[in-house]
Design a protein around this ligand. Structure first.
Ligand code: UGA
Length: 319
């Protein structure tokens, strides 16, 4: 089986490629355009570097907007579409153009390709940001009302998937990830920023009052769910939440970091951001039913692994 992973050098994409290659019967084509984003290009090259000599892995360095799909898709059985412009807080103003290009246009072109050259599964990486403000645990039938331009771009990507599924039978599966963390987390995301600030003896920047909560999902749990879609029955046409083992507020996470580092850290409240939900909380029963999904990693274990990965990555220990 030959699988195309877009965004292969990204945080989740690189973990997914590794996971898929554990199956002897799988070949992975990793596509990545190394488009400028919050994660420096050298850090993304570092993410994918261990796989470059793997006999069943090929890296294609190409921007999704320029790929000649007729040369690639006829040789592909399944597509995992993880490429995109990430980040809730950076999607405002003129920067939204990049979200239109990389989250909407690129998705539409890939779906056009899959319309002409059918694949067995097309998995779209979406986000909890499509829901917007949530009260309590949210299931996949909840109303979608994004609060950020980023969320709008990802929801539009979902809707494009539905359009091509309806009209052309593209076998889509939509996975909505909830704040993924762990080794290789993007440097704009909370835990990565917090750990870097602690290592540099700077106060931790906290948006709002720190009592906002997230359903934090450890990256290995997340990729286990993504990989499970490959052979799962009854997932085509479904939208599935992928949440974590433990929800917590930002302040609770900082307390865990203090325990792990063994010393108190200074907190700096840097004002409110807009476009973010106050709380996220995934109902993951559908993922359990369809994918056998059961997240295993709690915040203490997951944060420990993220700290270790930052300490041993020469590209990340920088001011
Ligand atoms: C993350 C990703 O960045 C999105 O790409 C993804 O779509 C989303 O998760 C999702 O899964 O739905 P976010 O929840 O904002 O978005 O994740 P973090 O950047 O890790 O932030 C978590 C919390 O920490 C937020 O409440 C944020 O306000 C807070 N935060 C973040 C701080 O207090 N300080 C910081 O320096 C950064």
């Amino acid at each position: 089986m030959r699988i195309l992973v877009t965004g292969a050098a990204g945080f989740i994409g690189s973990h997914l490629c590794e996971r898929l290659l554990q199956d002897e019967g799988v070949e992975v084509i990793g596509l990545d355009g190394f488009v400028p984003s919050s994660t420096p290009v050298h850090a993304r090259k570092f993410n994918i570097h261990p796989l470059l000599g793997h006999p069943r892995f090929t890296l294609l360095v190409q921007n999704l907007l320029g790929v000649a799909w007729e040369h690639l898709l006829p040789h592909v059985d399944a597509v995992y579409h993880l490429a995109g412009m990430p980040g809730v807080r950076s999607s405002w103003g003129d920067d939204f153009k990049a979200y239109i290009a990389h989250n909407i246009e690129a998705t539409q072109r890939l779906l056009e390709g899959c319309r002409r050259f059918p694949v067995q599964k097309f998995v779209y990486a979406s986000t909890s940001s499509v829901y917007g403000e949530q009260t309590g645990q949210v299931n996949e039938d909840a109303r979608t009302q994004p609060l950020s331009p980023y969320g709008v771009s990802k929801l539009t990507g979902e809707q494009l998937c539905s359009v091509y599924a309806h009209n052309d039978g593209v076998p889509i599966v939509i996975l909505r990830f909830f704040t993924v963390y762990g080794p290789r987390q993007r440097p704009d995301m909370a835990f990565h920023r917090f750990i870097q600030h602690i290592l540099q003896h700077k106060p931790i920047p906290i948006y709002g009052d720190g009592h906002q909560s997230r359903d934090f999902t450890y990256v290995d749990d997340c990729v286990a769910a993504i990989a499970a879609t490959l052979h799962a029955e009854g997932v085509i046409g479904e939208t599935i939440n992928i949440g974590g083992k433990e929800r917590a507020t930002v302040l609770e996470c900082i307390s865990i970091l203090e325990q792990l580092f063994g010393s108190p850290v200074e907190r700096q409240f840097i004002g409110k951001t807009y476009g973010e939900p106050r709380h996220t909380w995934a109902d993951i029963r559908k993922a359990g039913r369809l994918l056998g999904y059961a997240p295993k990693t709690d915040l203490t274990q997951g944060l420990q692994a993220e700290i270790a990965s930052i300490l041993c990555n020469p590209f990340l220990r920088q001011p």
